[in-house]
Design a protein around this ligand. Structure first.
Ligand SMILES: Cc1ncc(COP(=O)(O)O)c(C=O)c1O
Length: 422
């Protein structure tokens, strides 16, 4: 096709890891621990709120305020204002989007210009890279690296750290933004205040923005606390914090997300939103608003969903870790989120009579083998790395544990046969 008939950055849709592995999982009717969504319903209070919204009068079926349904932006401002200890203006500092995904898209499009460098911490949610490139920016990668212990402790996502020197070396006069994700997908790392402070100091020193993807903010384990980088001194003015009702209320199909930050930054994201989506679904926003209003009142109590969901997921995390350990797939215990990565290197698989191309990374081949031969779907972790670092991290695969116990049991049955095979 002539170059005049298309635009830069639009040629890669067919290679998307989610499309490829979701299709394979469906084709092979695999037990699916691949995609990151619950296979159970959201809590009743938000389901009821949604039903009430759709049966509650004509306004809920019509457009609402383009930058966010008023009850939702008000409660988001109140909720997050209490966490970061500052007044957040619901009308100026909050933008509601079609999931966190659209918030990310608006942030990159609104803030990144041709030639800007954007530092992305690896492993990263894979859409950051094409979004930066589509905006004309240049992704610059810096990996979290596992520090090797004495081998006695169970590996944890907390062992994966940024080298402050390596991070500092990535800043140039063209650096415009740093992108972080805490708790991290796929690793489950929850950044400690000291680690965020290193990033914040560099952002302030170089006058750089921070895009902080915090969609798993309520899901932390073992006493780890989620910290908002926007709450550190000097960071509010330069941080866009991105969240997701899908992850918050186990309702990924509702596609309600948000970006919160200073008015000066958010107004630019609003411009992008206005040019693309303009308005988000009213009833879903209404239900999410009611959910947050409830959680505001119950915050910190045992009735709060933000306590109950991580408590439930903690059990599931333990269950999955023990299945994986039994199958010889050494898990890295996540401090947060709902994914767990596992090391495949002690498992030898003969790929010789198995359909795959030679130059494909090991984890891609392993996952295809697991789906096709064993009926268990996961995601290769090297998909969360830049091409230059992919080879160094291609021994891990990602499992999602926000699944019914029956789904985890079905995975366990497969993993047991898998270990007997060794
Ligand atoms: C790190 C991260 N950011 C953003 C998103 C997108 O969230 P949403 O479904 O609200 O668009 C996801 C979804 O998996 C994610 O894992």
């Amino acid at each position: 096709m002539s170059g005049r008939l298309h635009a830069r950055g639009t040629e890669r849709v067919h290679k998307n890891v989610w499309l490829e592995f979701a299709r394979l999982a469906a084709d092979y009717k695999a037990v699916n621990l691949g995609q990151g969504f619950p296979d159970f319903s959201p809590p009743e209070f938000v389901q009821d709120a949604f039903c009430k919204a759709v049966s509650g009068g004509h306004q809920m079926h019509q457009y609402t305020r383009p930058f966010g349904h008023p009850p939702l932006v008000h409660i988001l401002a109140k909720f997050f204002g209490r966490i970061v200890g500052r007044e957040i203006d619901p009308l100026e500092d909050v933008l509601v989007t079609v999931g966190a995904y659209q918030a990310l898209f608006c942030a990159f499009q609104a803030l990144i210009e041709e030639g800007d460098e954007v530092i992305i911490v690896e492993p990263f949610f894979d859409c950051y890279q094409p979004m930066v490139k589509k905006a004309g920016g240049k992704p610059v990668y810096v990996p979290l690296r596992p520090v090797s212990g004495d081998g006695s402790a169970v590996p944890s996502s907390g062992d994966w750290v940024l080298s402050p020197e390596e991070l500092a070396s990535k800043f140039t006069p063209r650096t415009k933004a740093v992108v972080i994700n805490t708790p991290n997908n796929p690793l489950g790392k929850v950044y400690k205040t000291e680690e965020l402070q290193v990033i914040a100091d560099l952002c302030i020193k170089h006058d750089v923005l921070c895009i902080s993807d915090e969609v798993y903010e309520w899901l932390t384990y073992d006493g780890n606390k989620h910290v908002k980088i926007a709450g550190l001194p000097g960071m509010w003015e330069r941080t866009v914090t991105i969240g997701s009702a899908g992850k918050t209320f186990s309702a990924t199909g509702w596609k309600v997300g948000w970006a919160i930050g200073s008015e000066q930054i958010i107004q630019r994201l609003k411009a992008m939103h206005q040019m693309s989506v303009f308005d988000c679904a009213t009833a879903a926003q209404e239900a999410v608003a009611r959910g947050f209003e409830r959680e505001y009142e119950l915050f910190g109590t045992p009735e709060s969903y933000f306590q109950q969901l991580p408590a439930m997921l903690h059990q599931k995390r333990e269950k999955l870790a023990s299945c994986l350990g039994g199958a010889g797939l050494q898990p890295v215990m996540p401090e947060g989120g709902y994914f767990m990565i596992a090391d495949t290197s002690s498992v030898t698989v003969d790929f010789s009579d198995f359909m795959s191309t030679d130059d494909e990374p090991h984890d891609f081949r392993f996952v295809k083998w697991l789906i096709k031969e064993k009926g268990l779907a996961t995601i290769p972790v090297s998909a969360f790395y830049s091409p230059e670092h992919r080879k160094d991290f291609d021994k891990y695969i990602r499992f999602c544990f926000i699944k019914e116990d029956s789904t985890l049991d079905a995975a366990d049955d497969i993993l047991r046969t898998f270990s007997q095979r060794q």
